[in-house]
Design a protein around this ligand. Structure first.
Ligand code: C2E
Ligand code: MG
Ligand code: MG
Ligand code: MG
Length: 278
Protein backbone atom coordinates (compact mmCIF):
# COMPACT_ATOMS: atom_id res chain seq x y z
CA UNK A 1 0.00 0.00 0.00
CA UNK A 2 2.28 2.75 -1.27
CA UNK A 3 -0.44 5.24 -2.15
CA UNK A 4 -0.75 7.91 0.49
CA UNK A 5 -4.18 9.29 -0.41
CA UNK A 6 -5.81 10.96 2.54
CA UNK A 7 -5.59 10.03 6.20
CA UNK A 8 -6.99 6.52 5.80
CA UNK A 9 -4.37 5.65 3.21
CA UNK A 10 -1.55 6.96 5.36
CA UNK A 11 -2.78 5.01 8.33
CA UNK A 12 -2.84 1.77 6.32
CA UNK A 13 0.67 2.48 5.11
CA UNK A 14 2.15 3.06 8.57
CA UNK A 15 0.30 0.05 9.99
CA UNK A 16 1.90 -2.18 7.37
CA UNK A 17 5.30 -0.65 8.11
CA UNK A 18 5.16 -1.17 11.83
CA UNK A 19 3.81 -4.69 11.34
CA UNK A 20 6.84 -5.41 9.22
CA UNK A 21 9.15 -3.88 11.82
CA UNK A 22 7.55 -6.03 14.51
CA UNK A 23 8.02 -9.15 12.39
CA UNK A 24 11.68 -8.27 11.88
CA UNK A 25 12.15 -7.76 15.62
CA UNK A 26 10.56 -11.15 16.26
CA UNK A 27 12.85 -12.89 13.82
CA UNK A 28 15.80 -11.05 15.30
CA UNK A 29 14.90 -12.12 18.83
CA UNK A 30 14.44 -15.74 17.75
CA UNK A 31 17.72 -15.66 15.90
CA UNK A 32 19.57 -14.41 18.99
CA UNK A 33 17.94 -17.23 20.86
CA UNK A 34 18.96 -19.73 18.19
CA UNK A 35 22.58 -18.58 18.43
CA UNK A 36 22.51 -18.96 22.18
CA UNK A 37 20.84 -22.39 22.11
CA UNK A 38 22.46 -23.90 19.06
CA UNK A 39 19.33 -24.58 17.04
CA UNK A 40 21.18 -23.54 13.90
CA UNK A 41 22.97 -26.11 11.79
CA UNK A 42 25.26 -26.23 8.83
CA UNK A 43 24.37 -28.59 6.06
CA UNK A 44 26.90 -29.64 3.45
CA UNK A 45 26.42 -30.04 -0.27
CA UNK A 46 28.99 -32.03 -2.24
CA UNK A 47 30.97 -30.50 -5.10
CA UNK A 48 32.13 -33.18 -7.51
CA UNK A 49 34.76 -33.59 -10.19
CA UNK A 50 32.96 -33.34 -13.54
CA UNK A 51 35.02 -36.22 -14.98
CA UNK A 52 34.27 -38.92 -12.44
CA UNK A 53 31.75 -37.67 -9.89
CA UNK A 54 34.26 -37.86 -7.02
CA UNK A 55 33.73 -35.40 -4.21
CA UNK A 56 36.30 -32.62 -4.10
CA UNK A 57 34.69 -30.25 -1.63
CA UNK A 58 31.52 -29.30 0.19
CA UNK A 59 29.62 -26.04 0.52
CA UNK A 60 28.34 -25.22 3.99
CA UNK A 61 24.75 -23.95 3.92
CA UNK A 62 23.03 -22.59 6.98
CA UNK A 63 19.77 -24.07 8.26
CA UNK A 64 17.54 -22.94 11.11
CA UNK A 65 15.05 -25.31 12.67
CA UNK A 66 12.45 -23.50 14.73
CA UNK A 67 10.26 -25.73 16.89
CA UNK A 68 7.08 -26.74 15.13
CA UNK A 69 8.03 -24.96 11.91
CA UNK A 70 9.64 -25.94 8.67
CA UNK A 71 13.35 -25.39 8.45
CA UNK A 72 14.10 -21.79 7.52
CA UNK A 73 16.51 -21.22 4.65
CA UNK A 74 19.08 -18.42 4.70
CA UNK A 75 17.31 -16.11 2.26
CA UNK A 76 14.58 -15.82 4.90
CA UNK A 77 16.81 -14.69 7.76
CA UNK A 78 20.26 -13.56 6.55
CA UNK A 79 18.77 -10.18 5.51
CA UNK A 80 17.33 -9.78 9.02
CA UNK A 81 20.68 -10.64 10.54
CA UNK A 82 22.28 -8.00 8.34
CA UNK A 83 19.69 -5.35 9.24
CA UNK A 84 19.96 -5.99 12.96
CA UNK A 85 23.73 -6.21 13.22
CA UNK A 86 23.55 -9.88 14.24
CA UNK A 87 25.42 -10.87 11.10
CA UNK A 88 28.90 -10.62 12.64
CA UNK A 89 27.93 -13.04 15.40
CA UNK A 90 26.04 -15.33 13.06
CA UNK A 91 28.89 -15.28 10.57
CA UNK A 92 31.40 -16.16 13.27
CA UNK A 93 29.19 -19.05 14.38
CA UNK A 94 29.11 -20.35 10.80
CA UNK A 95 32.87 -20.02 10.35
CA UNK A 96 33.54 -21.75 13.66
CA UNK A 97 31.23 -24.66 12.82
CA UNK A 98 32.86 -25.06 9.43
CA UNK A 99 36.37 -24.98 10.92
CA UNK A 100 35.35 -27.54 13.57
CA UNK A 101 33.92 -29.78 10.87
CA UNK A 102 37.02 -29.40 8.76
CA UNK A 103 39.21 -30.49 11.65
CA UNK A 104 36.93 -33.42 12.44
CA UNK A 105 36.99 -34.66 8.85
CA UNK A 106 40.75 -34.30 8.75
CA UNK A 107 41.09 -36.29 11.96
CA UNK A 108 39.08 -39.06 10.29
CA UNK A 109 41.37 -39.00 7.26
CA UNK A 110 38.75 -37.28 5.15
CA UNK A 111 40.10 -33.88 4.32
CA UNK A 112 37.20 -32.34 2.46
CA UNK A 113 37.73 -28.65 1.66
CA UNK A 114 34.79 -26.59 2.92
CA UNK A 115 33.35 -23.51 1.25
CA UNK A 116 31.62 -20.95 3.44
CA UNK A 117 29.31 -18.16 2.29
CA UNK A 118 30.05 -14.68 3.57
CA UNK A 119 27.48 -11.90 3.32
CA UNK A 120 28.47 -8.37 2.25
CA UNK A 121 28.04 -6.76 5.67
CA UNK A 122 29.76 -9.63 7.42
CA UNK A 123 32.74 -9.20 5.12
CA UNK A 124 32.90 -5.45 5.73
CA UNK A 125 32.76 -5.84 9.51
CA UNK A 126 36.04 -4.87 11.18
CA UNK A 127 36.03 -8.07 13.19
CA UNK A 128 35.84 -10.30 10.13
CA UNK A 129 39.52 -10.87 9.42
CA UNK A 130 40.59 -11.19 13.06
CA UNK A 131 37.82 -13.78 13.59
CA UNK A 132 38.83 -15.73 10.52
CA UNK A 133 42.49 -15.66 11.49
CA UNK A 134 41.81 -16.77 15.06
CA UNK A 135 39.51 -19.61 13.99
CA UNK A 136 42.07 -20.90 11.50
CA UNK A 137 44.64 -21.03 14.28
CA UNK A 138 42.25 -22.57 16.78
CA UNK A 139 41.21 -25.38 14.45
CA UNK A 140 44.53 -25.75 12.68
CA UNK A 141 43.16 -25.02 9.22
CA UNK A 142 45.83 -25.39 6.56
CA UNK A 143 46.13 -23.85 3.11
CA UNK A 144 43.37 -24.81 0.70
CA UNK A 145 41.13 -26.36 3.33
CA UNK A 146 38.82 -23.39 3.59
CA UNK A 147 37.22 -21.35 0.84
CA UNK A 148 35.08 -18.24 1.17
CA UNK A 149 32.23 -17.58 -1.26
CA UNK A 150 31.60 -13.91 -1.95
CA UNK A 151 29.38 -12.25 -4.50
CA UNK A 152 30.36 -9.63 -7.04
CA UNK A 153 28.50 -7.07 -4.95
CA UNK A 154 30.77 -7.76 -1.97
CA UNK A 155 33.92 -7.64 -4.04
CA UNK A 156 33.05 -4.48 -5.96
CA UNK A 157 32.20 -2.45 -2.85
CA UNK A 158 34.82 -0.88 -0.64
CA UNK A 159 37.50 -0.06 -3.21
CA UNK A 160 41.13 -0.48 -2.23
CA UNK A 161 40.36 -1.61 1.30
CA UNK A 162 38.38 -4.54 -0.08
CA UNK A 163 41.13 -5.41 -2.54
CA UNK A 164 43.73 -5.43 0.25
CA UNK A 165 41.51 -7.55 2.47
CA UNK A 166 40.93 -10.07 -0.30
CA UNK A 167 44.70 -10.36 -0.84
CA UNK A 168 45.29 -10.77 2.86
CA UNK A 169 42.76 -13.57 3.09
CA UNK A 170 44.37 -15.38 0.19
CA UNK A 171 47.83 -14.95 1.69
CA UNK A 172 46.43 -16.61 4.81
CA UNK A 173 45.81 -19.71 2.68
CA UNK A 174 42.08 -19.27 2.23
CA UNK A 175 40.70 -19.73 -1.25
CA UNK A 176 38.24 -17.21 -2.65
CA UNK A 177 35.26 -18.01 -4.80
CA UNK A 178 33.07 -15.61 -6.76
CA UNK A 179 29.52 -16.85 -6.08
CA UNK A 180 26.43 -16.48 -8.26
CA UNK A 181 28.53 -15.33 -11.19
CA UNK A 182 26.46 -13.82 -13.96
CA UNK A 183 23.71 -12.37 -11.79
CA UNK A 184 25.44 -9.10 -10.89
CA UNK A 185 26.63 -6.18 -12.94
CA UNK A 186 30.04 -7.64 -13.41
CA UNK A 187 31.41 -7.64 -16.91
CA UNK A 188 33.73 -10.38 -18.00
CA UNK A 189 36.63 -7.96 -18.20
CA UNK A 190 36.27 -7.32 -14.46
CA UNK A 191 37.27 -10.87 -13.79
CA UNK A 192 40.93 -10.05 -14.09
CA UNK A 193 40.65 -7.57 -11.22
CA UNK A 194 39.15 -10.01 -8.75
CA UNK A 195 41.76 -12.04 -6.90
CA UNK A 196 39.63 -15.18 -6.86
CA UNK A 197 40.60 -18.80 -7.30
CA UNK A 198 37.16 -20.02 -8.26
CA UNK A 199 34.21 -18.80 -10.22
CA UNK A 200 30.76 -20.24 -9.52
CA UNK A 201 28.35 -20.04 -12.39
CA UNK A 202 24.91 -19.18 -11.10
CA UNK A 203 22.24 -21.79 -11.31
CA UNK A 204 20.00 -19.60 -13.47
CA UNK A 205 22.57 -20.09 -16.26
CA UNK A 206 22.91 -23.77 -15.54
CA UNK A 207 19.17 -24.17 -15.76
CA UNK A 208 19.04 -22.55 -19.18
CA UNK A 209 22.09 -24.00 -20.92
CA UNK A 210 20.14 -26.88 -22.39
CA UNK A 211 17.06 -24.88 -23.36
CA UNK A 212 18.45 -21.61 -24.65
CA UNK A 213 21.17 -21.34 -27.29
CA UNK A 214 22.22 -17.84 -26.20
CA UNK A 215 22.72 -18.91 -22.59
CA UNK A 216 24.71 -21.89 -23.85
CA UNK A 217 26.98 -19.59 -25.86
CA UNK A 218 27.45 -17.14 -22.98
CA UNK A 219 28.20 -19.96 -20.56
CA UNK A 220 30.80 -21.44 -22.90
CA UNK A 221 32.45 -18.02 -23.16
CA UNK A 222 32.45 -17.51 -19.39
CA UNK A 223 34.02 -20.91 -18.76
CA UNK A 224 36.66 -20.37 -21.46
CA UNK A 225 37.55 -16.91 -20.18
CA UNK A 226 37.73 -18.05 -16.54
CA UNK A 227 39.92 -20.98 -17.46
CA UNK A 228 42.29 -18.88 -19.51
CA UNK A 229 42.67 -16.66 -16.43
CA UNK A 230 43.62 -19.77 -14.48
CA UNK A 231 40.46 -20.01 -12.41
CA UNK A 232 38.59 -23.10 -11.33
CA UNK A 233 35.03 -23.11 -12.62
CA UNK A 234 32.16 -24.57 -10.61
CA UNK A 235 28.60 -24.86 -11.89
CA UNK A 236 25.91 -24.69 -9.21
CA UNK A 237 22.38 -26.05 -9.36
CA UNK A 238 23.15 -28.96 -11.69
CA UNK A 239 20.06 -31.14 -11.76
CA UNK A 240 20.14 -33.14 -14.98
CA UNK A 241 22.54 -35.30 -16.97
CA UNK A 242 22.08 -33.01 -19.99
CA UNK A 243 23.24 -30.00 -17.97
CA UNK A 244 26.18 -31.93 -16.54
CA UNK A 245 27.27 -33.13 -20.00
CA UNK A 246 27.06 -29.67 -21.47
CA UNK A 247 29.06 -28.10 -18.64
CA UNK A 248 31.70 -30.80 -18.65
CA UNK A 249 32.16 -30.38 -22.40
CA UNK A 250 32.33 -26.60 -21.99
CA UNK A 251 35.32 -27.10 -19.68
CA UNK A 252 33.68 -26.67 -16.31
CA UNK A 253 35.67 -28.87 -13.91
CA UNK A 254 33.46 -28.95 -10.81
CA UNK A 255 29.73 -29.57 -10.54
CA UNK A 256 27.34 -29.04 -7.65
CA UNK A 257 23.60 -29.61 -7.47
CA UNK A 258 20.73 -31.92 -6.62
CA UNK A 259 21.93 -34.34 -9.31
CA UNK A 260 24.84 -35.22 -7.00
CA UNK A 261 23.38 -34.44 -3.61
CA UNK A 262 21.26 -31.88 -1.81
CA UNK A 263 22.67 -30.02 1.20
CA UNK A 264 22.71 -32.55 4.06
CA UNK A 265 23.90 -32.89 7.65
CA UNK A 266 27.60 -33.74 8.04
CA UNK A 267 26.89 -37.31 9.18
CA UNK A 268 24.80 -37.92 6.09
CA UNK A 269 27.56 -36.58 3.86
CA UNK A 270 29.90 -39.10 5.48
CA UNK A 271 27.49 -41.93 4.63
CA UNK A 272 27.14 -40.51 1.12
CA UNK A 273 30.94 -40.62 0.81
CA UNK A 274 31.15 -44.17 2.05
CA UNK A 275 28.44 -45.25 -0.37
CA UNK A 276 30.00 -43.52 -3.37
CA UNK A 277 33.39 -45.06 -2.54
CA UNK A 278 31.87 -48.54 -2.57
P1 C2E B 1 24.36 -19.92 -2.70
O1 C2E B 1 25.64 -19.76 -1.96
O2 C2E B 1 24.36 -19.57 -4.14
O3 C2E B 1 23.96 -21.43 -2.45
C1 C2E B 1 23.35 -22.26 -3.41
C2 C2E B 1 21.88 -22.44 -3.14
O4 C2E B 1 21.33 -23.29 -4.16
C3 C2E B 1 21.56 -23.14 -1.82
O5 C2E B 1 20.36 -22.58 -1.32
C4 C2E B 1 21.36 -24.59 -2.25
O6 C2E B 1 20.54 -25.32 -1.37
C5 C2E B 1 20.67 -24.39 -3.57
N1 C2E B 1 20.87 -25.52 -4.49
C6 C2E B 1 21.90 -26.37 -4.54
N2 C2E B 1 21.77 -27.25 -5.55
C7 C2E B 1 20.60 -26.95 -6.17
C8 C2E B 1 19.90 -27.51 -7.30
O7 C2E B 1 20.34 -28.47 -7.95
N3 C2E B 1 18.72 -26.91 -7.65
C9 C2E B 1 18.22 -25.85 -6.97
N4 C2E B 1 17.06 -25.35 -7.36
N5 C2E B 1 18.86 -25.31 -5.89
C10 C2E B 1 20.03 -25.84 -5.50
P2 C2E B 1 20.18 -22.18 0.21
O8 C2E B 1 20.84 -23.21 1.06
O9 C2E B 1 18.75 -21.88 0.43
O10 C2E B 1 21.02 -20.86 0.34
C11 C2E B 1 20.66 -19.68 -0.31
C12 C2E B 1 21.70 -18.62 -0.17
O11 C2E B 1 21.84 -18.21 1.17
C13 C2E B 1 23.08 -19.09 -0.59
O12 C2E B 1 23.21 -19.04 -1.99
C14 C2E B 1 23.96 -18.12 0.14
O13 C2E B 1 24.10 -16.92 -0.60
C15 C2E B 1 23.17 -17.83 1.40
N6 C2E B 1 23.74 -18.60 2.53
C16 C2E B 1 23.64 -19.90 2.80
N7 C2E B 1 24.31 -20.23 3.91
C17 C2E B 1 24.87 -19.09 4.36
C18 C2E B 1 25.72 -18.76 5.46
O14 C2E B 1 26.14 -19.61 6.28
N8 C2E B 1 26.10 -17.45 5.59
C19 C2E B 1 25.71 -16.50 4.70
N9 C2E B 1 26.13 -15.26 4.89
N10 C2E B 1 24.93 -16.78 3.65
C20 C2E B 1 24.51 -18.05 3.47
MG1 MG C 1 27.49 -20.16 -2.18
MG1 MG D 1 25.57 -19.37 -5.57
MG1 MG E 1 22.92 -17.36 -4.00
Amino acid sequence: EMKVAGRGGWRRYTAAMSERAATLRNIERSLRDALAHDTLALHYQPMVDARNGCIVGAEALLRWQVDGHDVFVPDQFIPVAEDSGLIAELGEWVLRQACMQSRQWRQRQRAIPISVNVSPLQFRHERFYPQLDALMDAYDIGPGQLELELTERTMMAGGDATARLLQRIRQRGVRLSLDDFGTGYCSLSYLKHFPVDTLKIDRSFVHDVVVDADTAAITRAIVAMARSLGKTVVAEGVETAAQADFLHEAGCTLLQGFRYGAPMPAAELERWLAASAA
